[in-house]
Design a protein around this ligand. Structure first.
Ligand SMILES: [Zn+2]
Length: 379
């Protein structure tokens, strides 16, 4: 196991200072004291060991916007630590190497030949080793479409056919790295919260559309977690009383209306031949009636889901991402119309961001979970 020095040696308020600089820095001492409600004397006492230990550095002098005087803002040096993140799907593993602020330094992918946990461990270890090279990696995060309430074992992962697999322990044995598991949507939400579209915001909702439908939430600056995260919670949210039926028998639920497998299966039945997602979107663009209807109904259902999230959880921003986000680009007007229909006309305009949801982003989410595990760990 790699020897991991604690990031904020005495925890507590010292860690709060380090964390604030990691998430918002560079910050002047005045601004930092104001944000954490500390006196300048307390702040000096707390920052001293962090600067001496190398967690924080004084950057080039700049004029402090609060006092107008020249000051040396505090910051972290992202390159001091590197983390690996791997997203495991049903047929491949996608890996990234990131720095302390989640900036992607390198990426790599490999196919999964089968779903045997031993094989998946070997693939994860090989990708991590390939990306790390000579670098000293501090921690590894693994994200998958599944349920891992203790972040050590996979309780349930339908895409892999796993039940109760002690995956983190096996990966640690193969890599020698501290390893943490997380549901993939929770991991992606963590990355958007700390280093992405939600940076600096108090609340954020993330909706993912692709092989499944996922939902993550940040409230009061903290990600909402629950032991059921990774079960099909939002996946069966009702969106269309006349829609298709999912494998669990719900008519018009999010899984039936929005997931790529459901949409391509419906197109395949209607057209009497296999149709993949790229072709479905192309056919919709060419006004093929079945494809156009399927895409319009999917985008309308997504609009209902976005409006429901906005109405019920009132986030400052909603991010829609995932491999299926191209649906929105196909019919943006249908999305706006569906959202407006379910919102009070006097409600504030939605801050809605769509982000391309490629596998590098999912793997980055896994790496950010490893960063969180490291910086929030008790000293
Ligand atoms: Zn359902």
């Amino acid at each position: 196991m790699t020897d991991v020095a604690s990031w904020a040696p005495s925890g507590g308020s010292t860690r709060d200072v380090a964390l604030e600089v990691l998430l918002r820095g560079p910050l002047s001492r005045t601004e930092l004291a104001r944000r954490l409600n500390l006196s300048q004397a307390s702040l000096s006492r707390l920052t001293k060991p962090l600067i001496e230990g190398g967690t924080l550095v004084e950057t080039e002098p700049a004029r402090d916007p609060a006092t107008g005087r020249p000051a040396r803002p505090l910051d972290v040096v992202p390159a001091t630590h590197q983390f690996a993140g791997v997203k495991v799907t049903g047929d491949a593993a996608h890996a990234v190497l990131v720095d302390l602020r989640g900036n992607v330094l390198a990426d790599a992918s490999a196919a999964l030949v089968d779903h045997d946990p031993g094989h998946v461990v070997d693939v994860v270890a090989a990708l991590t080793h390939e990306l790390a090279g000579e670098a000293d990696v501090t921690g590894l995060g693994v994200a998958l479409g599944g349920h891992s309430p203790d972040h050590r074992s996979v309780h349930r992962a339908p895409f892999l056919g796993w039940d109760d697999v002690a995956f983190a322990q096996q990966v640690e044995q193969a890599t020698g790295l501290p390893t943490v598991l997380e549901n993939d949507v929770a991991a992606l939400t963590a990355a958007e919260h700390w280093f992405g579209a939600g940076r600096g915001l108090d609340s954020l909702a993330v909706i993912t559309v692709g092989a499944g439908v996922g939902y993550g939430l940040v409230q009061h600056g903290r990600q909402v977690t629950h032991r059921d995260m990774g079960l099909g919670l939002v996946g069966h949210y009702p969106l269309d009383p006349n829609g298709a039926v999912c494998f669990d028998g719900h008519r018009g639920c999010a899984t039936a209306m929005l997931t790529i497998p459901s949409l391509t299966a419906q197109a395949g039945v209607a057209l009497g031949r296999p149709v993949d997602f790229t072709e479905l979107l192309a056919l919709a663009r060419d006004s093929q009636p079945v494809a156009r209807r399927l895409v319009r109904e999917a985008v309308t259902a997504l609009g209902r889901l976005v409006a429901a999230v906005a109405n019920l959880t009132m986030p400052e921003r909603i991010v829609v991402t995932g491999e299926g986000v191209a649906l929105v680009d196909a019919q943006p007007a249908a999305l706006r119309l569906a959202i407006a229909r379910d919102r009070d006309p006097r409600a504030s305009p939605l801050d809605l961001v769509t982000r391309p949801g490629d596998f590098t982003q999912w793997a980055r989410g896994a790496a950010v979970v490893a960063i969180q595990d490291f910086v929030l760990r008790a000293p």
